[in-house]
Design a protein around this ligand. Structure first.
Ligand SMILES: [Zn+2]
Length: 120
């Protein structure tokens, strides 16, 4: 959250964990051409995380990104870009963070289901 508040560009990174529990976040550079409005995870971080997961490390469960001037909900772009793979989307905006899951049930428009964050 503090990380997102400090940046005018969208920040992003991976959510790592096991058994449906998110245990850690792994910041990645936003390599989008227009980082103030879009995010694109640095591929090297993504590849390294998947490699680590295959080697017995935590699973890549999804990713997070911020909306510097928006709300903590998926944007139209997010909905258009989301793969319906059940991955988690943590979205930070307006001083809030919300967790979503891209549902596998809708093919064209990904159905985001809001999940309550347990505040551990
Ligand atoms: Zn977004």
């Amino acid at each position: 959250m503090a990380l997102a508040a400090a940046s005018r560009d969208e920040i992003c990174g991976l959510l790592l964990g096991r058994d449906d529990a998110i245990e850690a976040i792994l910041p990645a550079a936003n390599v989008a051409p227009d980082p103030a409005r879009h995010f694109e995870l640095e591929p090297a971080v993504l590849i390294a995380a998947h490699r680590a997961a295959r080697a017995g490390g935590p699973a890549v469960m999804g990713h997070y990104h911020s909306h510097p001037s928006g709300v903590a909900a998926p944007s139209e772009t997010d909905r258009a870009c989301a793969a319906p793979d059940g991955s988690f989307w943590l979205i930070v905006g307006g001083g809030e963070a919300t967790l979503w899951r891209a549902g596998p049930d809708v093919v064209v428009n990904v159905d985001f289901t809001e999940i309550s964050l347990d505040s551990r």
